[in-house]
Design a protein around this ligand. Structure first.
Ligand code: ATP
Ligand code: FE2
Length: 331
């Protein structure tokens, strides 16, 4: 059946996110999020198991999409999906559903880059126009900014993402997953700072040495003090690189994206840096910070309008999909 666009309505895109633990589908138009449905995989113990997460997504995807279409109550013009980066089994599950839906509705498919979706939803939902973005999540930690046709990566982690570093440290200290919020809470009770390895190499940073040192440190020091010191050290690294990207690009806005952006101390440090430099600091509403279907749908909308289409033979997922591989024709 051909999906016919009602001539009164605006372009509407359904987007599906499922790169890691969060499965989420949303319909957006240019003005707002029309509907969103989310099903979250919670590991029974330990961290994310890629195949378990993919099985979770496979179990819920039909319901998540059906519910979103029902709540949206309108025809959609295209199906967007996270093509990467992310966990291979999860990406493949979502891509399979996206292809099937696009084919059955006879509408275009659009594969989107997950990192760029974080930036674009931030530009949509805050006043930011052309920011330096600090994208900090479980698997990703990058400093990005637009320059000459691409979102360039100005700095990034050389090993693990800051969220995974926090989660790994927290797990070894006996705290439940996800560790980030627990570390933040405990850090408030700290009474001293313990020096930990601060690793910035050029414009890149690294968290595995810090994580190992913090795991060792817990044997000798109070847990809240180590949590505080972990945060201060890691966030100072992120802020340093963000500030240097600002200086280098001459941009006058900073946008925070990703699940770790929920952290109040990280926000405070970034805000201070921005105030010092006399530039703006933007943080979207919490629902648009962690992984969400709306950001995939919204980037899909921008790309749809700019003429992007992903024929099924080109829709293979890419677990290492880099934001600077995407030519930006929608700006
Ligand atoms: P991606 O696929 O982009 O890597 P993700 O699956 O890791 O994303 P997000 O929701 O972006 O999902 O981020 C989750 C991470 O955010 C977890 O590592 C979690 O510990 C961390 N986190 C959440 N809240 C806080 C907080 N208040 N402070 C620090 N870290 C936090
Ligand atoms: Fe993400």
């Amino acid at each position: 059946m051909k999906s016919v666009q009602n001539h009164m309505s605006k372009i509407s895109i359904l987007g599906i996110e499922g790169t890691a633990w969060n499965l989420s589908a949303a319909i957006v138009d240019e003005d707002d999020v029309i509907a969103e449905t989310t099903a979250t995989y919670k590991p029974a113990a330990g961290g994310i198991h890629p195949r378990e997460a993919a099985q979770h997504h496979a179990n819920y995807i039909k319901e998540v999409i059906r519910e979103t279409l029902r709540k949206g109550g309108r025809n959609i013009d295209a199906v967007a999906f996270s093509q990467g980066p992310g966990l291979g089994p999860c990406l493949r599950t979502v891509a399979t559903a996206a292809r099937a839906l696009a084919l059955s509705l006879d509408i275009p498919l659009i594969g989107v880059n997950h990192c760029i979706a974080h930036i674009e939803v931030g530009r949509w939902k805050t006043p930011a126009k052309d920011p330096v973005t600090l994208y900090v999540s479980g698997a990703n930690s990058q400093v990005l900014a637009y320059r000459t046709g691409y979102y360039r990566v100005f700095g990034e982690t050389l090993d693990i993402g800051i969220g995974n570093a926090l989660d790994k440290f927290a797990r070894s200290a006996g705290l439940p997953h996800p560790g980030g919020p627990k570390v933040e809470e405990l850090a408030k009770q700290a009474s001293r700072y313990i020096p930990l390895p601060y690793t910035v190499k050029g414009m890149d940073f690294s968290f595995s040495g810090l994580t190992t040192a913090a795991q060792e440190s817990v044997k000798k020091h109070m847990l809240p003090d180590v949590c505080h010191s972990f945060q201060e050290t890691a966030f100072a690294m992120l802020v340093e690189v963000t500030e240097r990207a600002v200086a280098h690009t001459g941009k006058n806005e900073v946008l925070l994206a990703g699940g770790v952006g929920a952290n109040a101390r990280l926000r405070e440090m970034l805000k201070l840096m921005c105030e010092d430099r006399g530039i703006e600091f933007y943080v979207p509403e919490k629902r648009f910070m962690g992984d969400n279907g709306a950001m995939i749908a919204y980037l899909g909308l921008l790309m749809y309008k700019a003429g992007y289409r992903t024929p099924v033979p080109d829709s293979k997922v890419n677990p290492n999909y880099r934001p600077d591989d995407v030519e930006v024709k929608w700006l």
